[in-house]
Design a protein around this ligand. Structure first.
Ligand code: GYE
Length: 330
């Protein structure tokens, strides 16, 4: 009796497996996996979180353009945690979405889950942030910015701004999320640009996790521990905005007593730049949605796409910020 029951369960598992295998192969005359009725493409997207103004604009761009492109978007917010992103990707694989796209919170540790996607024949697109895996067969393409270049631009501005300074120029740095591509690369590019000028000294450098709250908290600590701060380099506007509160709280004038350079150029950052509280912003474009949906359609159709697609970006000083603020979309 017991044996027969077991056998029945086993048979059930076998037929279930066969059924699944059939579905994976797209056979059996049913719908293609990942496409709902009428050939709609299902896109599983794992977002980093909602840590900054940049991220909010990026999420909106992705949601709006998926809608406009008629793509069925399954959106998941990882709250800046890699384990949440891995869980979301595994769930997308289980749901047999047609394409997976994600913005990796950190650079390393993706090979296992991306191999699972590859085995399931689901193409992956990296957007905004890259990964450090040498196995480039794990994803079809990368769409985003050159973060090293952004950091370099911030450093180049500084060397011009302080060209005639004779003494040491003490810099504090607010880094982005530890281990993330933009934090690693923006640090690197900036360091490269200031390396040949010995007067530039990075006297403190710590993560502010790309958030206003943490930017404020870490800047408060810097102001207590450092006797002389000439410059703040923040890896994004939100941390710079938090730091501005800390600087004002300490009775100093941001943009004058402490010069500030940051990256992103979101509306609040641009407003602070126009108000003279930030001195220079290097742009990082969050409006990746339309290009991403184009890529999704192409990889879903099995078309070849370039390995890397970089977004066009510019820089803003205070005068330029005043000029463009009225038309700024985000
Ligand atoms: O600069 C920052 C956000 O990955 C480019 O992440 C993005 C960065 C952006 O939190 O504001």
């Amino acid at each position: 009796m017991k044996y027969r029951k077991l056998a029945a369960v086993a048979a059930g598992i076998v037929s279930l497996t066969l059924f699944t295998a059939c579905g994976e192969a797209g056979g059996g005359g049913g719908q293609t996996p990942g496409s709902g009725g009428g050939g709609t493409i299902t896109l599983g997207f794992s977002q980093v979180g909602a840590e900054s103004g940049w991220r909010t604009a990026n999420t909106k761009s992705i949601q709006d353009s998926a809608k406009a492109a008629g793509i069925d978007l399954k959106f998941s917010d990882a709250q800046q945690k890699q384990e949440n992103q891995i869980r979301a990707i595994r769930s997308f694989i289980q749901q047999k979405v047609k394409v997976i796209a994600f913005s990796p919170v950190v650079e390393s540790g993706w090979d296992t889950v991306l191999k699972e996607a590859k085995t399931a024949n689901i193409p992956v697109i990296l957007t905004d942030r890259a990964i450090d895996s040498p196995d480039t067969s794990l994803y079809k393409t990368f769409l985003g910015s050159d973060f090293v270049k952004e950091g370099r631009k911030a450093g180049e501005w500084l060397t011009k701004e302080f060209a005639s300074a004779t003494g040491d120029v003490n810099i504090v740095e607010l880094q982005g999320t530890t281990g993330s591509a933009p934090a690693n690369d923006r640090k690197k590019g900036f360091a490269e640009a200031i390396a040949s000028t010995s007067k530039f000294k990075v006297v403190a450098s710590q993560t502010g996790e790309f958030t206003r709250a943490k930017g404020k908290e870490v800047m408060e600590a810097f102001l207590k521990s450092q006797s002389k701060i000439d410059v703040l380099y923040a890896h994004n506007d939100d941390m710079a905005l938090g730091a501005i509160e800390a600087i004002e709280g300490a009775g100093k004038k941001p943009g004058t007593d402490i010069k500030i350079v940051s990256i992103d150029a979101v509306r609040d950052g641009m407003q602070a730049l126009a108000d003279g509280k930030i001195n220079y912003i290097v742009e990082c474009n969050p409006l990746l949605g339309p290009q991403l949906m184009d890529l999704v359609k192409k990889v879903a159709a099995g078309e070849q796409v370039p390995q890397r697609i970089e977004t066009e970006e510019t820089e803003f000083d205070q005068a330029k910020a005043k000029e463009v603020l009225p038309q700024r979309q985000y």
